[in-house]
Design a protein around this ligand. Structure first.
Ligand code: PEP
Ligand code: MN
Length: 338
């Protein structure tokens, strides 16, 4: 349920209303729009009599939210969420490019890639230290050592880091070392993990599960938000289909759909969505045109010998070309590179 207050409703009247609602056992979610103050009522609303709210002279209207996600819902917060990470803004017209290797392999590798993507204009460095691999025999990531190498790369370039954590224990131990904590596609519905990242003070990059609906994704965001962490960036990274040419199918329409339904920023990962390096550029361009707030691209200095996802990684020179192209697209779309 959403209560929209009339313009210029006195603050003490809103506070009185809020106190009454709290007594009835609902959780409140405030949002100050440019014109109206909006109050979201979440949880058990069975004790609330809608007609009493409607008859309140300060209430402009009462809206019933059908969707199961509330805090992630644009009806609860009509204005776009903007996330600030060390001065880099994500969402609401700002476009971010996150780039780096699938996995951190050596210090030289990640520092070298960080320097070149920074030069080309990336705003964040990505790199997996803990890797969710399909096969237990594949490279599982360098773990803590990988995070140390990422921190060195950050020190050398100033690029904030995005890295995946896979368990509540890892979040407790390592979240402080990372600027944006990635929750991977395979963990999008790991609810214990979502609850834990809901309690930390770090932005979360939440990737869409490979067979998750848009509602599933928004409900995963709701899990995190319901615990108090509102800084979530959603990521469309392709979904499973029947064709075998590409690794996944990039669901481009998910971007405008999510933007309509939610206020959270949405980025696209053209690397995992396609699985092929030569599809990264066209899919990244399409992502800008579809309204994404950024892209996350895998870049590797030696893709042929990469320990993970070499076939979908582009070399630094190709990334530089991509950035030059994307800059033009971003301008056409009236967005600003962060
Ligand atoms: C990744 O970003 O390296 C990754 C494993 O992605 P996803 O969870 O989307 O497969
Ligand atoms: Mn990867």
């Amino acid at each position: 349920m959403i209560v929209v207050f009339k313009e210029q409703t006195p603050k003490n009247e809103i506070e009185k209303f809020e106190a009454k609602m709290k007594e009835l056992g609902v959780e409140l979610h405030e949002s100050q729009g440019s014109k109206y103050f909006i109050l979201g009522l979440v949880g058990d609303t069975s004790n609330i009599d809608p007609s009493r709210i409607q008859s309140n002279r300060n209430v402009e209207k009462l809206v019933f939210v059908q969707e199961p996600y509330k805090k992630a819902n644009r009806m609860f917060k009509p204005e776009d969420t903007v996330i600030d990470v060390e001065g880099r803004k994500i969402g609401k017209g700002f476009f971010n490019v996150i780039a780096g290797p699938c996995s951190v392999e050596t210090e030289e590798q990640v520092v070298g890639i960080a320097k070149s993507v920074k030069k080309s204009g990336a705003s964040f460095l990505r790199g997996g230290a803990f890797k969710p691999r399909t096969s237990p025999y594949s490279f599982q990531g360098l773990g803590e050592k990988g995070l140390e190498f990422l921190i060195t790369a950050k020190k050398e370039t100033g690029l904030p880091i995005v890295s995946e954590l896979m368990s509540p224990q890892q979040v407790e131990k390592y979240a402080d070392k990372i600027d944006i904590v990635q929750i991977g596609a395979r963990n999008m519905q790991n609810f214990d993990l979502l609850k834990v990242v809901g309690q930390i003070n770090k932005p979360i990059l939440l990737k869409r599960g490979m067979s998750a609906t848009i509602e599933d994704l928004l409900m995963a965001a709701e899990y995190i938000m319901s615990r108090g962490n509102d800084n979530i960036i959603l990521c469309e990274r392709g979904i499973r289909s029947f064709q075998k040419v590409t690794r996944n199918v990039l669901d481009l329409s998910a971007i405008p759909v999510i933007k309509k339904k939610s206020h959270l920023p949405v980025i696209v990962d053209p690397s995992h969505a396609s699985g092929l390096w030569w599809l990264v550029e066209p899919m990244a361009k399409a992502a800008v045109a579809a309204g994404a707030d950024g892209v996350m691209v895998e870049v590797h200095n030696d893709p042929d010998n990469a320990l993970c996802d070499g076939q979908q990684s582009i070399k630094p020179q190709r990334f530089d070309n991509l950035m030059n192209i994307l800059k033009k697209y971003i301008e056409i779309e009236n967005r600003q590179l962060s």
